[in-house]
Ligand binder design. Structure first.
Ligand code: MN
Length: 254
């Protein structure tokens, strides 16, 4: 009887280890604003849905503490938000520039720097993608409607985020192609800024039918970015976007 209990408890511990190995700790950078630590709920739910553990990386200026936190994570997500201050890419602000969040700009840059230092895979979504491009030396359109010549795609949809409104064409050798098995995807769109000059070391992996960069990856850094909101599409049970979160690159354990 005792032996059997022992065997059962070993089996239980074994099973728990399998589960423990499967779930990854995914940090979401704070969308800090006016002294409030916040993260839109959809990011949390998308990570939970695929069996991973979401954790908020709170805004802080102490980079030593921030590195301690980031070093313990398996991957980091930089979420969407305000426009990035054009001074970060050496441009004067356009009159059409939207709301900026200077403390968050500094925080995002620190998160990118420390994720790279700790070799933690980084996913940028919307503003997060733009922040990564700027960090690595790229530039942005401050306002697509006034700066981008081709007007055929509405990149600021008014319908909810679970509803896709425009197509993106996906490069064959890309994460998006792998997780979706498609060469085009229907995505949502909530941006008036976009990548203009792509940073060195990156390649475009998806574009809108107007040519606007909608995703990138890097062969040099453990980084990728999407201009749309996969976490929003997960709400609508988009199978490609669920797979997008399920297969997210994570740090290999030593
Ligand atoms: Mn778009």
């Amino acid at each position: 009887m005792k032996k059997r209990m022992l065997l059962l408890s070993f089996m239980f511990v074994g099973l728990m280890n399998i589960y423990a190995q499967e779930s990854h700790l995914i940090g979401i950078a704070d969308t800090y604003n006016n002294g409030q630590t916040t993260v839109p709920r959809a990011y949390i739910d998308a990570i939970l849905k695929v069996g991973n553990i979401p954790i908020v990386i709170p805004f802080m200026q102490d980079e030593k503490r921030l590195e301690e936190i980031i070093g313990r994570l398996d991957a980091v997500i930089l979420p969407g938000g305000e426009d990035i201050a054009p001074a970060r890419y050496h441009e004067m602000p356009s009159p059409k520039l939207g709301k900026v969040n200077l403390p968050r700009d500094s925080f995002d840059m620190a998160v990118i720097k420390l994720a790279m230092k700790e070799h933690i895979p980084l996913l940028g979504i919307c503003r997060g993608m733009q922040a990564i491009n700027v960090y690595f030396g790229g530039t942005l359109y401050q306002d697509l409607p006034s700066e981008y010549q081709i007007k055929k795609v509405a990149h600021r949809q008014s319908v909810p985020k679970a509803i896709p409104t425009h197509v993106v064409y996906v490069e064959p050798h890309s994460y998006l192609a792998r997780v979706s098995g498609q060469d085009s995807l229907q995505v949502n769109s909530f941006h008036h800024q976009a990548v203009k000059d792509l940073a060195a070391g990156f390649r475009v992996t998806a574009r809108g039918s107007d040519g606007v960069i909608e995703a990138f990856e890097s062969d040099k850094y453990p980084v990728m970015g999407v201009q749309f909101h996969p976490e929003g599409l997960v709400i609508g049970n988009d199978s490609a976007m669920i797979e997008f979160f399920r297969s997210m690159p994570v740090k290999r354990k030593k």
